[in-house]
Unconditional design. Structure first.
Lengths: 112, 114
């Protein structure tokens, strides 16, 4: 049990839509991560939040907009996505000691 | 810089036979090493890690991994494979005292045949 929840499980959107992905953790961890994973590939880091501030942005296009309203919640706002953005989007949190990452179940995003 | 190599795209094994999924790494300083498993349409599940101590690490679902510093390897093993072990396995590394973001290998698809 990673105690990281992600909603929705699946999302289908058009290229002109605006949608949001949500990630929650209730362990009080001060860091949270967004990853993008294409089929049968390793996860690619997108963003890191530390103490609710964006600390790493791995040159992600501006059509992805992260938000961390509080220490338990992480949002990823999506706008004007392209079909190649279709992927599994994973949220992760660190272990108590910070040495290990634990992943949520992911949101499967399809952009039509 | 840190990197991970998983030399096999796919490993096939018969149920009941031992399995090995290979991983070698490159990192400055002492490594933190991890194995994750991913079942279809699921997130990555943590299996085990090596930080320090015994070279043989035991993890979830009967898996273990052996840290070999001289060969810079961290192969995943299980004495007797199950069909339900069929999944995608990722090895990851980060350096002690370095970035807390791990680097993942490309993944190895394990197929266990009945």
């Amino acid at each position: 049990d990673t105690e990281v929840t992600q909603t929705p499980k699946h999302l289908v959107m058009g290229m002109t839509n605006k949608k949001s992905l949500k990630c929650e953790q209730h362990m009080g961890h001060r860091a949270m991560y967004w990853y993008k994973q294409k089929a049968k590939k390793p996860p690619e880091l997108m963003f890191v939040y530390s103490y609710e501030k964006l600390s790493i942005n791995e040159s992600v296009p501006s059509r992805f907009s992260p938000e961390c309203p509080n220490s338990s919640l992480l949002n990823l706002h999506l706008h004007a996505l392209q079909p190649e953005d279709s992927a599994l989007y994973l949220c992760a949190r660190p272990s108590l000691g910070g040495d290990t990452q634990y992943f949520g179940p992911g949101t499967r995003l399809t952009v039509l | 810089a840190q990197s991970v190599a998983q030399p096999e795209d796919q490993v096939n094994v018969a149920e009941g036979n031992p399995l090995t999924v290979k991983c070698t790494y490159s990192v400055s300083g002492n490594p933190y090493l991890f194995w994750y498993v991913q079942y279809p349409n699921r997130g990555l599940q943590f299996l085990l890690k090596y930080i320090t101590g015994d070279n043989l690490v035991k993890g979830s679902y009967g898996f273990e991994a052996e840290f070999n510093k001289s060969q810079t390897s961290f192969h995943l093993k299980k004495p007797s494979a199950l069909v339900s072990d069929s999944a995608l396995y990722f090895c990851a590394v980060r350096s002690l005292g370095g970035s807390y973001i791990p680097t993942f290998g490309r993944g190895t698809s394990l197929i266990v045949h009945p």
